[in-house]
Design a protein around this ligand. Structure first.
Ligand code: IMP
Length: 391
């Protein structure tokens, strides 16, 4: 079984927990794009881990792969590996020799960004060098002569990183495919979210990689026919960090309430996230382009006490009603058309089944299913692992 887990909004959908849920059921967890712009917090037995490069499967002893589609800052990765080792976990990882290296100059360049609101981790500049065919790849760190030729006086530092990482570096593509052939199960863990995709997102306010499920194929070297299932993670409302269009954004007390209830502050940068109503137009389109086979709804508990709740079902663009996402500058002109639903006041964080939920919460879930034309298979009602309703 090969599954892809992908965010259907602008990232921060609560992937960490869902990925932990599915990750437990598979043998291998692979990341296929991005770098340490991602961040997730996993709580295991009351202990909190903040991870940026490593999939959370690492904490459960899974074999974790950092795929060729990623960009990696060696120093930051080494620190993350040390952090988990110091906490008694021996990392079982393999890093693609073809993932690209984030160099110091990439960090310096990203620090100058004023337009996009990047995470300043050097992601965009590293991918720029990759596409311009002048990047340095992780495997290159092991070739001392080549490193000196490419990096001159700063080569030594990177050669040292290469030595420190050498036992983890390898041909991940062949390894993954052999494991799949031998019946091993794998989860591809997407970072960021659909609308941060360089091709399918709200360009230019996007990240520099293919965050959509298709990225799992190019970012690891596994063919599309090998993917069995795509889980779309859908937060019960919408958030985004950084700049860019956001039709259902709430700049009022309801938005602030969602931010406070949902603790919507970035894991990587600590920035307050922009918050708004659930946008079904956006998620339906995401289900389409990712080929989502089922949805996992997260953070439903955050909406307790908000009444009424609105769902965006269409946009008005230049006087016309549209039901698709115009991923052009027209996106700024889209005005959300809302359907109002009654909210619920009950604390739902202890719900174990759908029947434990107030009727209005069940109606909300059904509405998401109908509007997004996709079945819901998980509903998360709190950060804990046990706070998950399996449908
Ligand atoms: P970059 O990926 O650092 O280049 O940032 C580009 C855009 O993607 C910015 O709007 C970031 O806030 C956003 N972004 C990058 N990574 C994440 C993430 O993991 N969650 C949410 N937004 C992200």
């Amino acid at each position: 079984m090969s599954i892809v887990v992908v965010g259907t909004q602008w990232g921060d959908e609560g992937k960490g927990k869902i990925v932990d849920y599915y990750g437990e059921k598979v043998d291998i967890v692979a990341r296929y794009q991005g770098g340490n712009n991602a961040g997730h917090t996993v709580v295991i037995n009351g202990e909190t881990f903040k991870l940026h490069f490593l999939p959370s499967g690492i904490l459960r002893g899974k074999f974790c792969i950092l795929g060729n589609g990623m960009v990696i800052e060696p120093k930051a990765l080494i620190e993350e590996i040390e952090m988990i080792k110091n906490r008694g976990i021996e990392p079982n990882i393999m890093i693609s020799n073809r993932a690209h290296v984030i160099l110091k100059k990439h960090l310096e360049e990203d620090a100058k960004d004023k337009k996009i609101g990047t995470t300043k981790r050097g992601i965009g500049p590293a991918y720029t060098d990759k596409i311009a065919r002048r990047g340095i790849r992780i495997g290159d760190l092991l070739d001392e002569d080549y490193m000196k030729e490419r990096l001159g006086s700063i080569a030594e530092e990177y050669i040292t990183y290469g030595r420190m990482l050498s036992s983890y570096i390898g041909d991940t593509t062949t390894t993954i495919n052999e494991l799949i052939e031998n019946g091993k199960s794998i989860m591809f863990e997407g970072a960021q979210g659909t609308y941060l995709d360089i091709d399918h997102g709200t360009y230019p306010y996007v990240t520099s990689s293919n965050t959509v499920s298709g990225g799992a194929c190019t970012g690891t070297g596994v063919g599309p026919t090998k993917i069995d299932k795509v889980i779309g993670i859908v937060k019960a409302y919408t958030t985004r960090v950084g700049e860019g269009p956001f039709p259902t954004e709430l700049n009022d007390s309801v938005g602030q309430k969602i931010r406070d209830n949902g603790r919507e502050y970035g894991t990587t940068t600590g920035r307050p996230r922009r918050c708004g109503w659930f946008d079904a137009v956006l998620v339906r389109h995401a289900c389409m382009i990712n080929g989502v086979t089922s949805i996992a709804i997260t953070k439903l508990d955050v909406l307790s006490g908000i009444n009424p709740i609105k769902i965006c079902t269409a946009y008005e663009l230049n006087g016309e009603i549209i039901k698709h996402v115009p991923l052009t500058r027209d996106m700024y002109k889209c005005k959300p058309i809302y359907e109002e639903l009654p909210g619920w006041d009950e604390d739902i964080t202890n719900a174990k089944t759908l029947d434990d939920l107030p009727e209005n919460a069940r109606v909300y879930i059904e509405k998401i299913e109908t509007l997004c034309k996709t079945n819901v298979e998980l509903v998360s009602v709190g950060p804990g692992r046990e706070q998950t309703i399996v449908i």
